[in-house]
Design a protein around this ligand. Structure first.
Ligand SMILES: CC(C)(COP(=O)(O)OP(=O)(O)OC[C@H]1O[C@@H](n2cnc3c(N)ncnc32)[C@H](O)[C@@H]1OP(=O)(O)O)[C@@H](O)C(=O)NCCC(=O)NCCS
Length: 177
């Protein structure tokens, strides 16, 4: 009995948010900082429930990405993880399908920063690797984020994107991409 449910952060109770945080701490083996969790809040979550147990989480939040002289409204995917013993059963794909529907309906493009492990997962779903230079709009101006180059994926929709062009994200505490 597995089901995927979507809900805005505002409609999730504390117990569910705590369960999601614990799941992601486990998935990322303690490498999930408070900032990383905070980045996953304020948008739409896709949650995979196996009965009363949460075995998958992903969310999409709004960010601005500067590209081609425009401030694009991006659906930025965060906090993607499936419990280790429940992988390769289609749960990750089901969560992404739910979030991609949100991205298609509400944003100019989808975007995310992928782990090395998950790059082929996103590529297989039609997400495109950004090939151009990445930057962040910091409080002191635009700064290159070269260490992120090669790990940023986008889901192009109607707005034309030059995958070899510059892509600049808005500012936030913690990891900017
Ligand atoms: C990435 C992750 C969410 C995928 O979840 P999942 O439930 O195992 O994914 P699915 O079963 O829906 O996989 C769908 C397809 O994606 C591809 N895929 C999934 N995991 C993959 C992997 N590790 N390597 C290569 N391809 C992969 C396969 O094509 C797979 O189809 P198949 O099993 O029929 O071959 C999961 O492996 C995970 O939690 N990883 C650790 C955390 C992480 O890196 N998250 C991403 C942060 S950006």
């Amino acid at each position: 009995m597995t089901e995927v449910r979507t809900a805005h952060t505002a409609d999730l109770d504390t117990a569910t948010l705590d369960a999601a945080r614990i799941l992601l701490d486990d998935v990322f083996e303690g490498d999930m900082a408070d900032h990383d969790w905070e980045h996953a809040l304020g948008g739409v979550h896709a949650l995979v429930w196996e009965g009363a147990e949460l075995i998958g989480h992903a969310s999409v939040v709004q960010r601005r990405l500067l590209h081609g002289g425009r401030a694009l409204r991006a659906g930025y995917v965060e906090g993607v993880g499936v419990r280790t013993d429940r992988r390769r059963r289609g749960h990750g794909a089901a969560m992404m399908e739910a979030l991609e529907r949100v991205v298609r309906g509400a944003y100019d493009l989808g975007a995310l920063g992928a782990t090395d492990e998950a790059a082929s997962f996103y590529a297989a779903r039609g997400w495109k690797l950004w090939q151009g230079p990445s930057s962040a709009l910091t409080p002191t101006g635009i700064e290159r984020t070269e260490e992120e180059d090669g790990g940023i994926f986008v889901l192009p929709l109607v707005v034309p994107l030059d995958l070899f062009g510059e892509l600049t994200c808005d500012w936030r505490d913690g990891d900017v991409w």
